[in-house]
Design a protein around this ligand. Structure first.
Ligand SMILES: N=C(N)NCCCCNCCCN
Ligand SMILES: [Mn+2]
Ligand SMILES: [Mn+2]
Length: 285
């Protein structure tokens, strides 16, 4: 066990020791800066529990993810203050890299604010994010580390940012994106071709983040700030297939899952996506 972690739900998937893993799951169950719907602290547990519903054999890839070397490192015990939480998350991810520098991490959240921690530790050159929101605010509700600021904080690290599925932002965020050359695609304009065109030229390695609210609100009602008019499940899966086959992706996350009921629709969407990510990594990696 890593320092500062605990176990919530176990998945039905067979897992291996962290030292032998090719893929490692780590939960970041934080919801201290939530502005609308609460409960993201339960996200990682809800996602793991929802995967009980799914076959480990993934039809799309002829891969049984039960045969992959997956470790589940549990959830990080995060304090309520966002800067303290980021510090503990960073420490834990550094420790994880020391124990196993080669495994591809898949982080489960938890508020999007927490994505700053793995990006800081893993130092990707690009950040490709699926999100209904730009997350480019300089500060929100008194904090620079609010979930609504995470893409801005990441771009300030010198990481190239591209955002897909957007349908919410402020005029200031739009101007900031223009000024800094941050490219983004509106959910109405989203296509596989638009994704490939934009990501093809992005420098590697790449960190891929899925804010679950990128999906249409009908697929993800239990999330901090749901938005109608979002992407379809296969839009995101097909983009992830392309990027994991063609580009060097060093980590993934699935964030902003929340709720207080096992088996909620959002957790099922996230759990299915998690299994597809593992399946495609089993096939393409
Ligand atoms: N990144 C995010 N999830 N951003 C959404 C921030 C919340 C916008 N509330 C606007 C309320 C205006 N009355
Ligand atoms: Mn977000
Ligand atoms: Mn969002």
């Amino acid at each position: 066990m890593l320092l500062h972690t605990y176990r919530s739900f176990d998945m039905e998937l067979p897992t291996v020791d962290l030292r032998e893993a090719e893929f490692v799951i780590l939960g970041l169950p934080y919801d201290g800066t939530t502005s609308y719907k609460p409960g993201a602290r339960f996200g990682p547990a809800l996602i793991r529990q929802a995967t009980l519903n799914f076959e480990s054999y993934i039809l799309d890839y002829n891969v049984d993810i039960a045969e992959l070397k997956i470790a589940d490192a549990g959830d990080v015990a995060l304090p309520v203050n966002v800067e303290d939480a980021l510090r503990v998350a960073e420490e834990t991810i550094r420790e994880l890299r020391e124990v196993n520098p080669n495994a591809i991490p898949i982080f489960l959240g938890g508020e999007h604010s927490m994505t700053y921690a793995p990006v800081k530790v893993l130092k990707p050159k690009s950040y490709v994010v699926f999100d209904a929101h730009l997350d480019l605010r300089d500060e929100y509700q008194g904090s620079k580390f609010n979930h609504a600021c995470v893409a801005r904080r990441i771009s300030e690290l010198g990481v190239k940012v591209a955002i897909f599925g957007v349908r919410s932002g402020t005029r200031e965020e739009l101007l900031y994106a223009e000024e800094k050359g941050i490219e983004w695609v509106h959910a109405r304009d989203y296509s596989y071709e638009a994704f490939v065109d934009l990501v093809l030229a992005m420098p590697e390695p790449i960190y891929v983040s899925v804010d679950i609210d990128v999906f249409d609100a009908s697929l993800v009602p239990e999330t901090g700030t749901p938005e109608p008019g979002g992407l379809r499940f296969w839009d995101v899966v097909e983009a992830l297939e392309w990027i994991s086959e063609r580009k060097e992706v060093i980590a993934f996350d699935i964030m902003e899952v929340s709720g207080d009921r096992l088996g909620n629709i959002t957790a099922l969407t996230a759990g299915k996506l998690l299994f597809h990510i593992l399946g495609m990594l089993g096939e393409f990696r």
